[in-house]
Design a protein around this ligand. Structure first.
Ligand SMILES: Cc1cc2nc3c(=O)[nH]c(=O)nc-3n(C[C@H](O)[C@H](O)[C@H](O)COP(=O)(O)OP(=O)(O)OC[C@H]3O[C@@H](n4cnc5c(N)ncnc54)[C@H](O)[C@@H]3O)c2cc1C
Ligand SMILES: NC(=O)C1=CN([C@@H]2O[C@H](COP(=O)(O)OP(=O)(O)OC[C@H]3O[C@@H](n4cnc5c(N)ncnc54)[C@H](OP(=O)(O)O)[C@@H]3O)[C@@H](O)[C@H]2O)C=CC1
Ligand SMILES: C=C(O[C@H]1[C@H](O)[C@@H](CO)O[C@H](OP(=O)(O)OP(=O)(O)OC[C@H]2O[C@@H](n3ccc(=O)[nH]c3=O)[C@H](O)[C@@H]2O)[C@@H]1NC(C)=O)C(=O)O
Length: 314
């Protein structure tokens, strides 16, 4: 299949003046997504500082390139053909500052959410126990309003720092972000989250918080195919009906496979890559599940997973 960047089959690197930032061409995104599929980014960069993010955005503007933001890729389906323009990954923006006076923790966008949940638990700070099993970055969690076990990111978010595509920095509160279940206006992709501050509750017994955190993780491992490449839940749970997993299972789709993409046996709202799946297999399976569930239940399932690049419905 022809990649979107046409005949560029060699890799080149560009160093942005005044930064240590290296922009590389033709970088495969399959190792940067939890599905382990996807073609190359025309250009890829993982800045370490906000000034580098701004310099990368300026470079893309000057080159007239579209920009795509990536976290850890745990909710992304990237086309086999790859994506045009510059992919900016936040995975190297990393720090966390716990403030015992306020109970707030300020975290860079690239920090791992499970890692932060464990750090909080070890300190005896409550409020992130639910987050331990959600792979990915803080930035991704703020954008997706990640959640589990009845809690979600927007409930504890104090504010977030974002950079616009023009390079302007601002601080936004949750009220400005249009939050609802697994949704925020940041999903439009016009602002990059660089940092977020969360309100936690310090002062609990660390052993107790760690024990609750472990229980949440164990429950997840026993109900989800955690060991196989996936994006977590493929579909949002629809309003006013049983969950997507139940609807898909009752439509007889557990185990159904297109290529190496399979509706998971352990949880029907997960599609797993059984080894060597293509993004197009996963995309076709998503469409197939949607159509079968609609036929069976008259419910149109809405994907939670974010697709980037071109896909063709058969
Ligand atoms: C095994 C497994 C279990 C999961 N369980 C859960 C769960 O229980 N609950 C849940 O909510 N999710 C779950 N997920 C989905 C996923 O982990 C979350 O959506 C996570 O928050 C995505 O973070 P990420 O850094 O990987 O974002 P990515 O997948 O990289 O990106 C997701 C979206 O956010 C955008 N984005 C990412 N970072 C930034 C940024 N810094 N600035 C602007 N835009 C950005 C991307 O453009 C994309 O649109 C699971 C996934 C897996 C693989
Ligand atoms: N099915 C799928 O597609 C995917 C599943 N996953 C699963 O999601 C989970 C999170 O993945 P990922 O986001 O990459 O996680 P990370 O490796 O970024 O974060 C896990 C962090 O939690 C820490 N940690 C783990 N256990 C403990 C503990 N008992 N006490 C204290 N700290 C602990 C680790 O510390 P340390 O570094 O010291 O070990 C590490 O820093 C993993 O279990 C992974 O297998 C992840 C991606 C995709
Ligand atoms: C994994 C994700 O989030 C998960 C989150 O981890 C868990 C735990 O809190 O709750 C949600 O799953 P879920 O609604 O499927 O929760 P589960 O407890 O696994 O299942 C709900 C109900 O559906 C039933 N169920 C589930 C799967 C299945 O194949 N068949 C089935 O009948 C279960 O028996 C249960 O009665 C989130 N999914 C969504 C779309 O909201 C994600 O968003 O990626």
């Amino acid at each position: 299949m022809t990649p979107v960047n046409g005949d560029r089959d060699r890799s080149e690197s560009i160093y942005l003046a005044g930064t240590a930032c290296q922009i590389k061409s033709n970088v495969s995104l399959s190792t940067f997504t939890s599905f382990r599929v996807g073609g190359p980014a025309e250009w890829y960069v993982a800045p370490k500082q906000i000034e580098e993010v701004q310099a990368c955005l300026e470079w893309a503007r000057a080159e007239g390139l579209p920009v795509t933001f990536l976290g850890a890729g745990s909710n992304l389906l990237v086309s086999d053909r790859g994506i045009p323009g510059l992919a900016i990954s936040t995975r190297h923006l990393r720090y966390s500052r716990f403030n015992p006076e306020t109970g707030q923790v300020t975290v860079a966008a690239g920090q791992s959410l499970p890692r932060l949940a464990w750090q909080a638990a070890q300190l005896g700070w409550e409020g992130l126990e639910w987050a331990v099993g959600i792979p990915g970055t803080l930035g991704g969690a703020v954008v997706m309003n990640a959640g589990a076990h009845g809690s979600c990111a927007s409930e504890i978010l104090v504010n977030t720092q974002v950079v616009s595509r023009q390079g302007n920095i601002s601080i936004l509160t949750p009220e400005a972000l249009g939050y609802s279940y697994r949704t925020s206006i940041l999903q439009r992709g016009d602002r990059l989250v660089t940092e977020a501050t969360f309100q936690l509750q310090p002062g609990a017994d660390p052993a107790r918080v760690q024990s609750t955190t472990s229980e949440q993780l164990e429950h997840r491992k026993s109900t989800q195919p955690y060991h196989l490449p996936s994006c977590g839940s493929v579909f949002r749970n629809p309003d006013g009906s049983p969950g997507a997993g139940w609807l898909i299972e009752q439509a007889g789709l557990k185990g159904y496979q297109i290529g190496s993409a399979q509706v998971a046996e352990r949880h029907a709202n997960f599609i797993v890559n059984r080894g060597g799946a293509k993004a197009s297999d996963i995309f076709q399976l998503i469409r197939y599940v949607q159509s079968r569930v609609e036929e069976h239940w008259a419910v149109l399932l809405e994907p939670e997973v974010r697709t980037i690049g071109e896909f063709q419905a058969l």
